[in-house]
Write a protein of this length. Structure first.
Length: 337
């Protein structure tokens, strides 16, 4: 297959988290043709109504190449020049899907079997696809997870700790603020204190970080707000217990703090012959819970343009990734024997 054309075809399919069905059906059809001509098997791994992972296997899979088919919003269509393929999902992670499929073609042409491709839903929000896959393992000993690392093997990745912080107040006419109780002012006071919390550090992963991702609340400019909410995301570098305790201490009854997600930070291993890096984002690897084998994290593209209006993948990195995935799979299969 032409990896650039395959990447463009995948980008053309809008697959923001929760709406992955069309992308999944495209992958079922594409991998179905490849499997039919090479003695493989393709299946839907059902998640919920109209959401499913796609799994393709050749023999008894000892190595699984995996990434996600969902993207963040907003969708924008593909374009291409001599250097890049552009569009939503170009590097996160539809170009990676294309590279893995093309690597599978090369492996099969060389007579290699006992590997799988696993493409999951939901990575950008709640990792439902990976959590489902963790309950449906196939005996794989190694999983190669694809995320943008500029084709370098990641030695570690930060974790995630996500909260919703809510405050309540009392409605009043804004001309008489003394008659009300502003939930927005309460929320702002709490956020100011949270931003001052000292965050832990790790020798490999660096310092934990905080992002205040969304703010909402209130009724109108001339009404004292009776409710307000903030979405917070910490990028963790180790055990999050100290951060949880700090959050509870700050809020201390002045609001409602709900933990929505925790994904652990990871320390991963190097391998001879591969350049290495460290990444600050979170992946599906912890949510696979070891069910698909020992993890490795590597993929083409830069995380610095993922989730942006400039999302793109260098064509040369895309081509290089095909060889990297092929070589890494063969190396791990040799270890699995």
């Amino acid at each position: 297959m032409d990896p650039f054309a395959l990447t463009r075809s995948l980008i053309e399919i809008e697959s923001v988290t929760g709406r992955e069905k069309a992308a999944g059906e495209f992958l079922l059809a594409t991998l179905g043709k490849l499997a039919a001509s090479t003695g493989g098997k393709v299946e839907r791994m059902e998640i919920s109504f109209e959401r499913f992972n796609v799994l393709a296997t050749w023999g008894q899979p000892m190595v699984t190449l995996s990434t996600h088919m969902d993207t963040v919003p907003p969708f924008f269509p593909p374009s291409e020049d001599d250097e890049f393929v552009r569009g939503r999902g170009a590097c996160d992670a539809k170009g990676i899907i294309a590279a893995m499929i093309c690597a599978a073609e090369q492996l099969l042409a060389a007579g290699t079997r006992d590997f799988a491709l696993l493409f999951v839903v939901g990575e950008e929000k709640d990792s439902l696809g990976a959590l489902c896959a963790a309950k449906n393992s196939r005996g794989s000993k190694f999983v190669i997870n694809g995320e943008p690392t500029e084709n370098k093997l990641a030695l570690g990745s930060k974790g995630a700790l996500r909260y919703v912080l809510s405050t309540r107040g009392r409605l009043a006419h804004s001309a008489y603020p003394e008659l009300g109780d502003s939930a927005i002012e309460k929320l702002l006071d709490l956020l100011a204190q949270i931003r001052k919390v000292a965050l832990p550090q790790d020798a490999l992963l660096g310092k934990a970080t905080l992002n205040i991702g969304t703010l909402s609340g209130g009724r109108a400019p001339n009404v004292i707000a009776d409710e307000a909410h903030a979405d917070l995301m910490f990028r963790t570098v180790g055990d999050p217990q100290s951060m949880r305790a700090a959050m509870r201490a700050v809020v201390n009854g002045r609001g409602e703090l709900e933990e929505m997600l925790h994904t652990p930070a990871l320390h991963l291993e190097a391998m001879d012959g591969f350049e290495t890096t460290v990444v600050s984002y979170t992946t599906d690897i912890p949510n696979f819970a070891g069910a698909w084998g020992k993890p490795f994290l590597i993929g083409p593209g830069s995380i610095h343009v993922a989730h942006t209006a400039e999302e793109r993948i260098p064509k040369q990195q895309l081509l290089d990734a095909i060889g990297i995935y092929t070589r890494l799979t063969q190396k791990l299969l040799a270890e699995a024997d």
